[in-house]
Design a protein around this ligand. Structure first.
Ligand SMILES: [Zn+2]
Length: 391
């Protein structure tokens, strides 16, 4: 069946609106375009997400004031209605099919430079989402890479629609330590495992109330191996994994929260020490504990690792800014640090949040108080709500 629709014919800069019959697709494409959407990221970055049914093979080019994504062996989506967020550099999106190549042409309000490696993510399907090619970019000179290429082909017009969440997002909340492993203990006897369980339960209640699907790795005083905690994130197909902890420091004066994401190399010596301390939880021998589920494969491709790391850092930065906005004391140092935390080793983006220092007398008191726990929870809820899940 042939479909009649309005198309825009773009030839060397002239744009004419015509009514045309689109030729039938004369090849069997392996891949197909599902959706295209745009969004705004922290740092005023424009995010362009291209979702396909199969893993895309793509190339990028940068004609004047355009970003062109060429997908090989891919068929157009004739019913495509891109979801366009306000305030991005993307003014319009069109598709152009040439043989088995599909071009997605983003008309930009200003030129951009070539998108660096860390501005490109390729995500595997999760939930209702297919494969997603995620491109983050800002306005640039465009001079270094601008090419004189013009795209001459027929393309469909698109009507922007509002961005709405496509589904209920799943958060796994991990209260650190538990059972025989108390975590760190304050001078007043407050145990880390107790404080973080209390905060985790409050956080679950609040996140449930604002529409998230949440799971706790533990809801009572039990010991879990770190890999098992991570595997709960995998099994629940979580969108975000939050591991809650409280800190101890040889200096009793040290206080404040700190936020960490996974990296095989620690960002600093202190972060490495902390990861060693948190990872040591697995050295506690608990007899009769069930075997870690071997079916959970945590073998990630480099590109996947890169994507998970980038999304984790994005979340962690947002989380740090919500804590600061709530005037919660921050440990001196960078907003987000990185270290090889075993509990974060999975395909789920996430962060380990050290809520404060139990080794500091004033902060121990705060961490025990329900009012301060509520304040921490409110900041985390905001960080989750402001995180862009829909990529
Ligand atoms: Zn801990």
């Amino acid at each position: 069946m042939q479909i009649t629709r309005r198309t825009v014919l773009k030839v060397t800069g002239l744009t004419a609106t015509i009514v045309a019959l689109l030729p039938r697709v004369a090849f069997a494409a392996r891949n197909s375009l599902r959706t295209v959407r745009t969004g705004i990221q922290p740092g005023n970055k424009t995010r362009l997400v291209i979702e396909t049914s199969e893993r895309p093979s793509y190339s990028l080019s940068y004609p004047a004031n355009q970003l062109v994504v060429t997908l090989s062996n891919t068929s157009a989506n004739t019913a495509l209605a891109p979801s366009m967020a306000a305030g991005t550099l993307v003014r319009a999106i069109t598709q152009a099919q040439t043989g088995d190549k599909l071009q997605i042409i983003a008309d930009l309000s200003s030129p951009i430079n070539e998108i660096p490696r860390d501005g490109i993510m390729l995500l595997n399907p999760n939930g209702d989402n297919g494969y997603r090619l995620v491109l983050d970019f800002v306005a640039g000179s465009g001079k270094s890479t601008a090419k004189s290429a013009t795209v001459a082909s027929t393309a469909t017009t698109q009507t922007p629609k509002k961005t709405t969440p496509s589904r209920k997002y799943t958060i796994v909340i991990d209260a650190g330590h538990g059972g025989k492993d108390p975590g760190c203990i304050g001078k007043g006897g407050t145990q880390e495992k107790t404080v973080v369980l209390s905060v985790a339960k409050k956080l679950k209640t609040k996140l449930d109330a604002v529409g998230f699907q949440t799971y706790l790795t533990r809801s009572n005083d039990t010991y879990l191996k770190l890999a098992q905690r991570a595997s709960i994130g995998e099994k629940k197909h979580a969108d975000l994994f939050l591991s809650l902890h409280a800190n101890a420091n040889p200096s009793r004066a040290m206080q404040g929260f700190s936020i960490y994401t996974l990296s095989e190399k620690a960002s600093d010596e202190e972060a490495q020490k902390l990861a060693d301390a948190e990872n040591a939880a697995d050295k506690i021998d608990v007899s009769g504990f069930e075997q870690f589920d071997k079916d959970i494969r945590i073998a990630l491709s480099a590109l996947q690792q890169h994507a998970v790391a980038a999304m984790s850092v994005e979340y962690a930065n947002g989380c740090a800014s919500q804590f600061k906005r709530a005037k919660i004391t921050q440990q001196p140092g960078p907003d987000v640090r990185h270290a090889p935390f075993a509990v974060l080793r999975s395909t789920v983006p996430g962060a380990l949040i050290e809520l404060g220092h139990l080794s500091n007398a004033a902060e121990e008191k705060l961490l025990k108080s329900s009012a301060h726990q509520d304040k921490l929870v409110a900041a985390i809820v905001k960080s989750v709500q402001s995180y862009n899940f829909d990529v």
